[in-house]
Write a protein that binds this ligand. Sequence first.
Ligand SMILES: [Zn+2]
Length: 252
Amino acid sequence: MRKICDLMPMPDLLQTESLLVIQPHPDDLEIGAGATVAKLIRAGKKVSCLTVTDGAAGTYDGSVEGSELAATRKAESETAAKIIGVKDLHWLNFPDGGNLIYDEIRAAITSMIRRLKPESVLVCDPWLPYEVHTDHIRTGLAAAEAAFLANMPRFCPVDIENGLQPHAVKIVAFYYTAYPNTFIDVADTWTLKMQAIDCHVSQFSGGKAEDFKTILQARAEALAAESGAALVEAFKVLSPGHLHIFEDAWLS
Ligand SMILES: [Zn+2]
């Protein structure tokens, strides 16, 4: 039996003209895809970022107020975005680590897709094995489903009543994936990713940033070993058509 990837062509993320990056928390873009996003921006592509939660639970220090941490993390994210080059930032401000209601975030992401009309959506992979953080699982699944359904006017019809139009996303890509099919040479923009991660001071105190960056670099070097590049970020890149009913899409 021919595989779905042979019957439906796999899209090329680097060829996209516009991209909406969706992150559960204010640092996931940089960690999961920072060097690739910087590369796309330097190639003239239009990039927007949507942050789903307020980041208010991202601390081990109980003396920090959630609202204070959320403000700090938003500022850190804005500084990091300047380094990566993302100028168009959007925030949904759902509670970090709270009871993210799937239908609500799916509707909010659908509206954003219809407003911004990106050719591609890039989000964390909700099918990452052993991922325990439900913010990541629900954000990834809601974004993928929103990208799949945003072109159907009867889906979230309130958008259409409010003057938005259905929009067809062409590429759905996933960072933090265990099933990559796209390996991007990011040697030229790796330093920007490292500098952007350094902006998230609230997340990486006491030398944790250096340890974390060492791990990220070792993985980027390992991914690059087979391709001849120096440093690689890896993604699962599919079309919306691959994201429904095909049992072998995960193998593509
Ligand atoms: Zn996160």
